[in-house]
Design a protein around this ligand. Structure first.
Ligand code: KG4
Ligand code: ZN
Length: 390
């Protein structure tokens, strides 16, 4: 089954084309195209993602990204297929409509059987662009459009091996043993999800205020570092030369001993702010390094401790740590240590570096499993749901 997937929930415009086939030992996936266009440089001057700007960027980028994925030079032959119906879905996306008419409406159906699109959670104006584009393509080629939950995408991103190599084929042999626990850590979410099988999820813990990635971004701003802050903090923390230094702060570990599986990061960010404000200004490089290091300490300790508690409670056979923040080397190594020392039988899965952030490949995978589970489901009225939960 060939699936085209579209992801526009935040600041990446991403499309992929995947062929999925059942085999005797599992499912073989072939990545026929996968393009992620980051808008980071556009949002950077605002210090975060600006929804109206993200929407405009998606409108500008979807057609060029689609043509790259289909490996199709821009061509102009409007009026074939169901072009009129297709264009009617783009009435609210005027800029996108012009490009669609000029370069897409004339494309023949590239043997795709379904289109999967992120319907939430995320920024609604941004989600709508992807959804309307998916509906237009579905109408053009007369194929179904399937709504996918972005967070399920992050969970399933771990089944893709290194996609930077020439080999674009891989086989999924049920490497996720159930029950599985997923810790999803991104700019908008911090969730512990219990998965009884693919498609059967329960959120058993979540942040009560800021998401981890958001905390990284805010602390980065306090330190005068650009957006996104996660990678910048991580780079700084690596320069830390050792404890015992009088300049080393001591930040709180919010909710680390609370009886539930919830998190809280806004107090930690405030502690960093107060600490930084009491230092000589402008902050010295040494102070910035010590803050970044201790902030990562606090975050990894809380994440690891709460996740360990969740595994103790649910007896997970697999731990998945995914989402943008799972790119963090320190956090990854703390999780490796914790699993090795406490749950040697539990499999620990991280996404490949290229798939930690938002991408369309994970949406194709989640979509594939959804179609497999309910092949005859009809998704007539797909809507953007900013707060969609698993
Ligand atoms: O999953 P993602 O790309 O987008 C959302 O769905 O939010 O996550 C983006 C978040 C940003 O907050 C960014 O600062 C954080 O992931 N991030 C990191 C690292 N790389 C990205 N945080 C900590 N360490 C990193 N190396
Ligand atoms: Zn995400």
């Amino acid at each position: 089954m060939r699936i085209l997937s579209i992801e526009t929930s935040c600041d990446e415009t991403a499309i992929s084309l995947v062929d999925a086939r059942k085999t005797e030992s599992g499912i073989s996936f072939e990545i026929l195209g996968n393009v992620t266009h980051s808008q980071v440089s556009v949002h950077q001057e605002f210090g975060g993602v600006f929804p109206a700007l993200a929407k405009r960027e998606h409108q500008n980028n979807l057609v060029p990204v689609l043509l790259m994925v289909l490996n199709n030079p821009a061509q102009s032959d409007p009026g074939r297929n169901n072009a009129d119906l297709a264009c009617s879905f783009l009435e609210r996306e005027r800029d996108l409509l012009e490009q669609f008419k000029a370069h897409v409406a004339g494309l023949e159906n590239p043997s795709i059987e379904a289109i999967c699109v992120t319907s939430g959670p995320g920024l609604e104006p941004a989600l709508w662009v992807g959804i309307n584009f998916a509906k237009a393509l579905g109408a053009l080629w007369n194929i179904p459009v399937v709504a996918v939950n972005h967070m399920e995408g992050h969970i399933l991103s771990v089944i893709v091996p290194d996609v930077s190599t020439e080999e674009k084929k891989f086989e999924f042999k049920n490497e996720i043993r159930f029950p599985a626990l997923a810790l999803l850590i991104s700019g908008g979410h911090t969730e512990l999800v219990l998965a009884k099988s693919i498609g059967d999820y329960e959120i058993i813990g979540k942040t009560r205020d800021d998401a981890v990635g958001e905390a990284f971004d805010k602390v980065a701003r306090i330190l005068g570092l650009p957006y996104p802050g996660g990678p910048e903090i991580s780079k700084l923390a690596l320069q830390f030369k050792g404890e015992g230094n009088s300049a080393t702060p001591n930040f709180p570990r919010p909710m680390i001993t609370s009886p539930d599986l919830d998190f809280s990061f806004s107090g930690l960010k405030t502690a960093v702010l107060y600490y930084a404000q009491n230092l000589p200004q402008p902050l010295s490089q040494e102070n910035k390094i010590a803050i970044a290091y201790e902030f990562e300490n606090a975050v990894s300790e809380v994440l690891v401790k709460k996740t360990k508690k969740a595994i103790d409670t649910c007896g997970a056979q697999t731990l998945i740590v995914a989402g943008g923040v799972s790119a963090n080397a320190r956090i990854k190594s703390e999780f490796r240590k914790m699993i090795e020392q406490n749950f040697p039988e539990t499999a620990l899965l991280f996404p490949e570096r290229e798939l930690t952030g938002d991408n369309a490949l994970m949406i194709a995978l989640a979509g594939y499993f959804k179609i497999e589970k309910s092949p005859n489901a009809v998704y007539n009225d797909i809507r953007a749901e900013g707060n969609l939960i698993l």
